[in-house]
Design a protein around this ligand. Structure first.
Ligand SMILES: [Zn+2]
Length: 227
């Protein structure tokens, strides 16, 4: 039988001479990220709802203060831009881990495309070729920016359209296209992508892939360019 000094040996009793260690913080559950368009749509609906209810509740108040209504919508739109901005900045990144399902550029891809890109990235890696996504999902605004940049660079909309699609025509905006880098990685997908259904769809963009055939099928003839 052992002697038990409850004041010294009780493991539950804090030793008054020992500093109390900081309590470990419970890990914060990370909420599942929704694809960007859904989140933006929700934000837009919320903003519209707030604007509508504000206008309905206090039309006379707004009328008393010149410019009040405009100020309200401007600040709400500013908030929207900030909220959108955080994802927007991530969407514009050019070195994106294809396995990062929480990244908006990857999360927003069509699930079949995302699975194909991850499968090809895994197999390429197993054969010593590393690849990443240089552009996945884009917002329409982002696509328009790219087109505007291309117009400045190439001098005309017609010429720019050969390299950059319009927001309405871009398969990146619908989550149906990925750009792959670096050149070695893109080249690997050019040669092996069809096994996964991935095809280079434009002859002048050896980095741009879409699901355009059945896995193991034959890719359709490439279009000359995005125009
Ligand atoms: Zn592309």
């Amino acid at each position: 039988m052992t002697t038990h000094d409850p004041h010294r040996l009780d493991p539950h009793r804090p030793d008054p001479h020992r500093p109390v260690p900081p309590r470990p913080r419970a890990p914060r559950p990370s909420p599942a990220r929704r694809p960007v368009p859904t989140r933006l749509a929700v934000l837009a609906l919320v903003a519209v709802g707030v604007l509508a209810s504000a206008a309905a509740a206090a039309p006379s108040l707004l009328a008393l203060v010149p410019g009040a209504a405009a100020t309200t919508s401007a600040s709400l739109l500013g908030t929207l831009e900030v909220l959108e901005g955080s994802d927007d900045a991530r969407l514009r990144e050019t070195h994106i881990d294809p396995f990062d399902d929480t990244h908006p550029a990857i999360a927003g891809l069509h699930p079949d495309l995302r699975a194909a890109v991850q499968a090809v990235a895994r197999d390429a890696h197993d054969r010593g070729v590393d690849l990443w996504v240089t552009s996945g999902l884009r917002t329409a605004a982002m696509q328009q920016d790219l087109l505007d940049d291309a117009v400045r660079k190439h001098g005309s909309l017609a010429e720019a359209r050969r390299f950059v699609a319009t927001p309405e025509g871009s398969s990146h905006v619908t989550g149906d296209a990925v750009d792959i880098g670096p050149t070695d990685g893109a080249d690997w997908v050019v040669r092996h992508g069809a096994e996964y259904g991935l095809c280079q769809t434009y002859a002048n963009e050896m980095w741009h892939f879409e699901l355009a055939t059945e896995p193991g099928g034959e890719c359709p003839e490439q279009l000359p360019d995005a125009g």
